[in-house]
Design a protein around this ligand. Sequence first.
Ligand SMILES: [Zn+2]
Length: 336
Amino acid sequence: MDSLAAVDWTAYQDEALAAIGSALSEAELDDARVKYLGRKSALAQALRGVRDRESGMLLNGVRSKLEEAVAAREAELARLAYELAAEAGVDVTIPGTPVTRGHLHLLTQIRREIEDIFLGMGYEVWDGNEVATVWENFDALTSDPGHPSRSQFDTFYIDQNTVLRTHTSPDQIRAMQTRKPPIYMVSPGRCYRRDTPDATHSPIFLQVECLAVDRGITLADLQGTVLKFFRALFGEEREVRMRTSFFPFTEPSVEFDVTCFICGGEGCATCKHSGWIEMGGAGWVDPDVFRNVGIDPDEYQGFAFGFGIERIAMLRHGLPDLRAFWENDLRVLGQF
Ligand SMILES: [Zn+2]
């Protein structure tokens, strides 16, 4: 920038020092700091464009002088405030009212715990977009064009071709489109469906989906991964069982249950006295899904499984109502 070469840095420094020295409040001091030292200041811009040692030293010299002046004026203002308060008869040595520190939301804590388990198994955590094309959210997953889940009564449409994702599967589609197998990824995140909020439904919810694509993967790998994951989450003594099911994007599809971690399988209210708790769905990636994203199904196989984070939080803490997570009632959230 040629115009900056013309700046008289001695004058710049004098002007800045005067502004800093005459600041009468923290706000005024901050204004001066932003104006002369901030990211958009002439000094910062010039520093970004420095090409030679000499001007680098000059500009850095100006910067440190100004930074020292800001720190000195800050201390001075603090001392002045202290003196004024003391004059007015305020005892500044009385301890202040303690401020309670916040902590991570329960769902964030569980989400991170889940991410850690997958990272430990060598998976990559994929932070995807909450907005997806209709193709990514439905078509690529071989969902039936007439399926009711596509309707505007079930899905939030942004325009004809764009939706708020109804599951995190669009992340997997994008991952498979943009990189070559082997792919071992997990995509946690918010999903949206047009549900009326009640104890077990919410228009916004958190889902986790795991996808593995590689050569020579078998159903035993799926079972082993699910088992390892739920043992890490709910304890080493857990068992997992699978029941056949149907999802459009996996073939075969299964739903999986975990032995109840409340009663240990004896039977209790949480597991409805069956000893098993339904956790989510899984399956073998349908060859048509692979074809849609340009992966050869004769060469690669893969599995996917998914479940809800709220459900895990509710089961683990015996929470009866999903709405508690989104209502931001600190009396509830503060307990976790
Ligand atoms: Zn039980």
